[in-house]
Ligand binder design. Sequence first.
Ligand code: GAR
Length: 210
Amino acid sequence: MPIKKIAVLVSGRGSNLQAIMDNIENGRINGKIEVVISSSRDAYALERGEKHGIEGIYIGKDRFPNIDKRNNRLIEVLGEKGIDLIVLAGYMNILNEKIVKLYRNRIINIHPSLIPSFCGKGFYGERVHKAVLDYGVKLTGATVHFVDEGTDTGPIILQKAVEVDFGDTVQTLSKKVLKVEHELLPLAVQMFCQDRLEVQGRKVIIVDGD
Ligand code: GAR
């Protein structure tokens, strides 16, 4: 099976990018990250990629104030690199419909809650954990899903729950959830690269590997 070419889109710290790079280097993922694209010029994720010899490109508001031009540049880079899979790893922008259509069922996002709870517009990063704590739910978790035209609405690939303890803060909870994210995202990428993810309507079927 040919190696899948991956683009990882980031905005900040890049710990999920790190988890994917580690799993490529230890041979679990049959893929290659061709490019790290950041919506933020000073994202630490760009440095992480560089340390592993991966090209980093900034495509953000400073360089492309017009959203359509920004998305067109994104499409151009993805096309030039022959990307098979786009991974949104802490990417704090929303992709436009053109990209979603071009890469249907080939864009994976990680979200730090159990979708459909605490997701959608305005729910990102630590805001999600704050909302979870404010609401008082006893369980939260992480979700990996394919991206469709909505925000956090695409077919779910993997989910895992995390218990919310009484004394949890945004920091302790995000640490617990992040640990699960670092298991789920590389696993989903691994299965994609093995052609094991089949989308049937809203459902993702995980087929057996060889
Ligand atoms: C992660 O917790 C990820 O789930 C979240 O941002 C964080 C990025 O961390 N993504 C979203 O909230 C998207 N809606 P990282 O940069 O260390 O991977």
